[in-house]
Design a protein around this ligand. Sequence first.
Ligand SMILES: Cc1cc2nc3c(=O)[nH]c(=O)nc-3n(C[C@H](O)[C@H](O)[C@H](O)COP(=O)(O)OP(=O)(O)OC[C@H]3O[C@@H](n4cnc5c(N)ncnc54)[C@H](O)[C@@H]3O)c2cc1C
Ligand code: SF4
Ligand code: SF4
Length: 442
Amino acid sequence: MVEKVTGSKGDFTVIVRKKARYVNEDLCTGCGACAEKCPTTVPDDYEMGLGNRKAIYRHYAQGIPSVFCIDPDYCRTFQGKKCGVCQKICQAKAIDYKQEDKVLELKVGAIILATGYDLFDATRISEYGYGRLANVVNSMEFERLSSASGPTEGHVKRPSDLRDHNLIKTKEKSLKKSTRTLAKYEKKHKMSTADFYKQFTAGNISDGDEFEKWVKQYENVREATRKLEELKARAEKFDIATRLAFIQCVGSRDFRFNKYCSSYCCMHSIKEAMMAKDHDARTEAYIFNMDLRTVGKGFEEYKVRGAEKLGLHYVRGRVAEITQDENENPIIWYEETTSQEVKSLTVDLAVLAVACEAPRGIEKVAELVGVALDHNRFFKTAPLNPLDTTVPGIFVCGCAQGPVDIPESVAQASSAASRAAEVIWQSTIEYGESHWKKKNPE
Ligand SMILES: Cc1cc2nc3c(=O)[nH]c(=O)nc-3n(C[C@H](O)[C@H](O)[C@H](O)COP(=O)(O)OP(=O)(O)OC[C@H]3O[C@@H](n4cnc5c(N)ncnc54)[C@H](O)[C@@H]3O)c2cc1C
Ligand code: SF4
Ligand code: SF4
């Protein structure tokens, strides 16, 4: 985390806090034995909360360096409980609960801001039901649900079904506990619960506090078992979501939120629909849009291929509202602008293509480095040098300067690196070749 930046073009000093990961990165081999045995499970941010991780974890499999870290907010050792399992299991002896944050001072000639974007919070459009209707998800959640390395291994399961599967597990656990209590009564009174209940209801066993509790416990277990069986029977019919609605421009091109176009969401919705169709040929995907902005080499052809070869439905019309039926199927209400008719469509899952917004905290970064933001809160750039910020020697690339897709971000990153190299080259001429070696002796 950058804490302080001083200096100017060709001669910046940056103070960086390197947070303790409680795992020695020189020793960790990334084998994952620690996470396998760690008893603490927590919701996984990377999986958008749709899956779980352990208290010792890697942010995601392809992260560099491929080293684990401990989350002290959840780890039992840091929470004052007994554990230490990961330390015992780690053959590389990499676990170090005493590791501390390090503060580094870096001398640099140029800075590149690549802080990316955040997703628009779709709960702000209450009529779409995000956060209220289980089967309305945002585009990033859909990406995780359809990813082979995601929480459902690429099978697009409905969040309501995932919730019910989890409910079954919780109910089974609590039922097991209640059944153990019944077993204690049976042992104490040397009688099966069924026999006891028969005798008690026939009035053959006299009243008593303990017997009342036993009866209550038995009746609760019977009721809980009935409900669990009902839920399990329902869960057996759960299938993957094959009727999909993609709702475009959620928070973009909307004067209430962001006036700008987020530029990449039309393409990613087409891609997501194509991937879903590829995964399951039964898929019917509807993409609700004002117009599909497929700007880029080969993008329009990709869109046409989606309709002609894969049968994707492009529906022109802004969605007014999403409701749901008794099976939690989202109902999309919209005006089809070609026929000017108000229609509804019931699907298994609705996916909101949420806007690309400047990341929360961008103001703090801007203040640290002293650069200005534009009217959309992205880093302000120079019209003739689109990767230059308002401070010489500080450059920007990717979504930190505005919404762009991956190829554009990568091209900008190369370009920003070459602008930064120019500054370094100039300062090397100015200060002499040994300048950078002296400043960063290690
Ligand atoms: C659902 C979805 C699907 C998409 N699919 C595609 C696709 O198929 N193809 C495509 O081309 N594009 C796609 N995109 C767009 C793509 O995500 C962006 O173009 C790309 O991520 C932009 O890269 P970036 O490096 O600028 O930003 P980011 O990917 O946001 O990376 C910025 C990084 O900086 C880190 N960071 C932020 N602030 C700080 C700080 N103060 N200190 C340290 N680190 C910080 C963040 O944690 C993050 O890791 C998709 C977008 C969405 C929402
Ligand atoms: S010490 Fe913490 S991270 Fe290690 S196994 Fe226990 S809970 Fe997990
Ligand atoms: S790229 Fe498409 S979905 Fe995204 S804001 Fe622009 S028009 Fe809307």
